[in-house]
Design a binder for this molecule. Structure first.
Ligand code: HEM
Length: 128
């Protein structure tokens, strides 16, 4: 990685996630797990699962270097009024880890995706 492109997708990550089909399966299962999570599930009660799955799949596809366009809202705007704290954020990351495990994604590759998502905490956590 160079300073000019700090968020360049790690080579091979898109393939490691199973390309578009694998990412769609991951996003599907991730959202299903979020919806039934005891701590953060209730925050997703009013959300249309299909739309969230699609946005997450697009986001993961773009981040991992796939040929996609993210068409969802800005992370800061969409999470602004949710009163998300660090524990909520960590809970979501744990759910994503379990969803990636379930897809058989290697731990090293999981960590590469998580590393791309981690900096988003600055836009998403609004309760310190
Ligand atoms: C790394 C952390 C996170 C990422 C990458 C992420 C990503 C996203 C994305 C891509 C969307 C869809 C935006 C759109 O379609 O316009 C979204 C929506 C949403 N996120 Fe997050 N999010 C994260 C953390 C959280 C946390 C911790 C919570 C709450 C516990 C949360 C609650 C929501 C809800 C409720 C929506 C639906 C908003 C709506 O459709 O009205 N997110 N998030």
């Amino acid at each position: 990685q160079t300073a000019a492109a700090p968020d360049a997708p790690p080579p091979g990550l898109y393939a490691a996630l199973g390309e578009k089909a694998g990412i769609d399966r991951l996003a599907d299962d991730f959202v299903e797990r979020l919806l039934r999570h005891p701590r953060i599930g209730p925050q997703f009660k009013e959300v249309k699962p299909a739309a969230l799955k699609e946005s997450l799949a697009e986001q993961f596809c773009v981040l991992s270097g796939g040929p996609c366009t993210y068409q969802g809202a800005d992370m800061l705007d969409v999470h602004a009024d949710m009163d998300i704290n660090k524990g909520d954020f960590n809970a979501l990351v744990e759910v994503l880890q379990r969803a990636m495990d379930a897809q058989g994604i290697a731990f090293s590759q999981q960590n590469r995706l998580l590393a791309l998502l981690a900096p988003m905490h600055r836009d998403i956590i609004t309760v310190r």
